[in-house]
Ligand binder design. Structure first.
Ligand SMILES: *[C@@H]1O[C@H](CO)[C@@H](O)[C@H](O)[C@H]1NC(C)=O
Ligand SMILES: *[C@@H]1O[C@H](CO)[C@@H](O)[C@H](O)[C@H]1NC(C)=O
Ligand SMILES: *[C@@H]1O[C@H](CO)[C@@H](O)[C@H](O)[C@H]1NC(C)=O
Ligand SMILES: *[C@@H]1O[C@H](CO)[C@@H](O)[C@H](O)[C@H]1NC(C)=O
Ligand SMILES: *[C@@H]1O[C@H](CO)[C@@H](O)[C@H](O)[C@H]1NC(C)=O
Length: 410
């Protein structure tokens, strides 16, 4: 048994050092991430959403505030999974990578970046709304304070709240490890600018957390470690929620005061599960969606409790399920006409084999809800980001949206 333990520790330390060494060792094209200097994308025509169809039909979204206007908050930090990964996994040994075309083909640079989308992910839109540049990935920047001062994205595809979720795909940086990285960043800020300034910067910045779906996809639903026999969905939800709650308390302890906690999307409607559950007409898998709704309910309650316990913690919960179901139900209003099939993939609903090459992709992603077997298109991300920002189409955030959260006190 001690031998096993030693092996485990060795494995852990190896993994950790690989993770931390790659960030310095690998050369990555910085210009893709460095939007702060000459590449000021806002206002350039190509920056308007690659898919603008729904703008014509639903109300016009206000364009993100130009970079020249003062940012509303000093920085934007992101923690999570592939819903918001912007390049972390490019540096890891994993099957969960989006570093090749057609990923990114409709992004501002028309290059793959590691985003699991044809274009932008929600945090790209939100960074612009906050008056900030796109947030660089933790492993994709130099590690200097200058590179991190306006925010860092620690999100890693396949990561979960539970450490081992997603392990069958390879390396990933779990939620807890991401918070360790964030704590390292905080220490660097303290060394550079002093404790008080660092704490002020952190307390005024927005922290966006989007995690949990892999604890279903790659843990509970795949029945890892016989989990289904040991936990009912309700108990599993409680376990996830208490873990997230504890992590948010840890964040509070390093001065975090503004948090957007995202709920989970209806993965029971994702092409992969339509394929797997053999849905003839593409109706969503209800038993999965029921679990997701329950998770969101529990997380919303957790946010309510945190707000009670920490009156100066400004935390909101945004229910991706509500926003996404509105899009799926009212797809025509938003200009979509393909609701069940992914744009890119193979098999029924293109949900069988993951998106791996340009010839597996449709011509026009803008009329699709799903980009690949699990992830929505840029067009959907734009709508969801608008909802988080100012509840444009659906009230998704409780007790307020992000715009109200960051508004200066009257
Ligand atoms: C990581 O870097 C440290 C110091 O720079 C070195 O001692 C260690 O061997 C490296 N680990 C790996 C896995 O490269
Ligand atoms: C793609 O689809 C959208 C929505 O249906 C449409 O507005 C747009 O013109 C299409 N683009 C191309 C290049 O066909
Ligand atoms: C979960 O896996 C265990 C074996 O690891 C098996 O005995 C059990 O039947 C599985 N549960 C479900 C619901 O598939
Ligand atoms: C809070 O952070 C301080 C360092 O800033 C640390 O010493 C302390 O142990 C932390 N408390 C908890 C409960 O994590
Ligand atoms: C969706 O609309 C496009 C034109 O905008 C059309 O070419 C395509 O065939 C339609 N797809 C479906 C499944 O109706």
């Amino acid at each position: 048994m001690p031998i096993n333990l030693v092996f485990l520790l060795l494995l852990c330390s190896l993994t950790t050092s690989t993770i931390f060494n790659t960030s310095r060792a690998l050369q990555f094209p910085q210009e893709l991430f460095d939007f702060s200097r000459d590449f000021v994308p806002i206002n350039s025509p190509s920056m308007s959403p690659s898919s603008s169809s729904y703008y014509n039909i639903v109300s016009i979204s206000p364009s993100p505030s130009p970079a020249s206007s003062a940012p509303l908050v000093p920085a934007f930090f992101v923690l999570g999974d592939s819903s918001v990964d912007c390049g972390t996994n490019n540096f890891l040994g994993t099957f969960a990578r989006a570093d090749r075309l057609p990923y990114g083909r409709d992004f501002d640079t028309h290059e793959p970046t590691g985003r699991f989308c044809n274009g932008r992910i929600p945090v790209d839109y939100l960074a612009l709304y906050l008056g900030l540049p796109f947030v660089p990935s933790y492993l994709g920047q130099t590690g200097s304070v200058k590179d991190m001062i306006q925010g860092v994205n620690y999100a890693s595809a396949a990561a979960g709240i539970i450490f081992s979720s997603g392990s069958e795909l390879g390396q990933r940086i779990s939620f807890t490890q991401q918070i360790q990285q964030l704590t390292d960043t905080y220490q660097q800020f303290i060394l550079e600018m002093g404790e008080e300034s660092a704490a002020n910067l952190i307390s005024e910045s927005v922290f966006y957390i989007s995690i949990g779906v892999n604890d279903y996809i790659h843990y509970y639903l795949s029945n890892e470690s016989n989990v289904q026999n040991m936990y009912l969905p309700w108990n599993f939800n409680q376990f996830l929620a208490s873990t997230v709650s504890q992590e948010i308390k840890n964040l509070y302890n390093i001065s975090v005061r503004k948090v957007v906690l995202m709920g989970l999307p209806p993965i029971g409607c994702a092409p992969h599960y339509l394929w797997k559950y053999n849905r003839g007409n593409g109706e969503c898998v209800e038993e999965i969606n029921d679990m997701i709704m329950e998770f969101n309910y529990v997380m919303r309650y957790t946010v309510y409790e945190l707000r009670e316990d920490f009156p100066d913690l400004n935390i909101i919960f945004c229910d991706m399920y509500e926003g996404s179901m509105d899009i799926i139900k009212n797809y025509e209003l938003y200009g979509f006409n393909v609701t069940t099939d992914a744009c890119c993939g193979l098999g029924k609903f293109k949900g069988w084999i993951m998106c791996m090459s340009p010839d597996m992709a449709c011509d026009n992603a803008s009329n699709h809800i799903w980009w690949d077997q699990f992830h929505p298109t840029d067009a959907v991300n734009a709508i969801l980001a608008d909802n988080v920002w100012n509840s444009l189409h659906t009230k998704m955030c409780y007790p307020m949206n992000l715009k109200d959260m960051v508004a200066p006190p009257k």
